[in-house]
Design a protein around this ligand. Structure first.
Ligand SMILES: C[S@@+](CC[C@H](N)C(=O)[O-])C[C@H]1O[C@@H](n2cnc3c(N)ncnc32)[C@H](O)[C@@H]1O
Length: 236
């Protein structure tokens, strides 16, 4: 997108911003404890079916844990993130593992300049909620244009179900669950997520995906607020 005066400044992050390398290293270690990363990687591979010819784009790569795994199944991966410190950490991880077919770019959903119909697969995990809904829609249109016909788009993010009668009860029970099973640090992160970040409702996300042109092949919901959408660019 041509940069307009009114364009949303995605480099100015909302929510938690990891300021230095050590904080990112702690975040990476914490994520490995909290999440079953191996299963998440397998699910991503199974859903998107990369081949040795695949050209892949990951938006919001974070510490690069997924990029360094998926690239082994593909020809080349472009990893973009708005956080220079996340990128530095992810680059070092790739170098340590002697991985040479990842290209890292300091950019985001609204500013990455991949050429059109370049990618076989685009995926993004826990990052799109950084944009308000209008800008999510711009981001999804750009993703659609960057995908080859038949290409897969895999989106995982915090999304809120719309069939909830009482959001006080809903959020409080999630917060209590996190407090009991995970940690107080993560509980505060989730509270800040609800207060400050732009997670949206499921029907809005589905509409945004469909209006961008995607066919939604599969929707999965974990713990009532982690949604995964497997989409395809189908041209009728
Ligand atoms: C919660 S982390 C998730 C990282 C990784 N995808 C994962 O699943 O572990 C969110 C990442 O999105 C990045 N991010 C925030 N806003 C972004 C934007 N507008 N475009 C691209 N990445 C963004 C952050 O810098 C951060 O690395």
């Amino acid at each position: 997108m041509k940069k307009n005066k009114w364009q949303y400044d995605e480099l100015q992050q909302v929510g938690v911003d990891y300021g230095n390398y050590d904080e990112v290293a702690r975040y990476d270690a914490r994520m490995k404890k909290l999440r079953d990363i191996k299963t998440e990687i397998n699910n991503l591979i199974q859903a998107t079916s990369p081949t040795p010819d695949s050209i892949i784009l990951e938006i919001g790569t974070g510490t690069g844990e997924f990029a360094v795994a998926i690239v082994e199944e593909s020809q080349k991966l472009f990893a973009v993130d708005v956080s220079p410190v996340m990128l530095e950490y992810a680059k070092k991880k790739a170098e340590d593992r002697k991985i040479e077919n990842i290209e890292f770019h300091h950019a985001g959903f609204l500013t990455y300049n991949g050429s059109s119909e370049q990618f076989d697969i685009i995926y993004t995990r826990l990052a799109l909620h950084h944009l308000p809904d209008f800008w999510k829609s711009i981001a999804l249109n750009r993703i659609y244009l960057s995908l080859k016909e038949g290409g897969k788009f895999y989106l995982k993010d915090v999304v809120y179900p719309s069939n909830v009668e009482d959001y006080d009860l809903f959020f409080n029970s999630i917060i209590e669950g996190i407090e009991k099973s995970v940690s107080s640090e993560f509980t505060q992160e989730f509270i800040d997520h609800i207060k400050k970040e732009y997670s949206t409702l499921d029907w809005i996300m589905e509409d945004l995906l469909t209006k961008a042109g995607f066919s939604i092949l599969e929707t999965k919901v974990e713990n009532s607020f982690i949604y995964t959408y497997l989409c395809e660019k189908r041209i009728a």
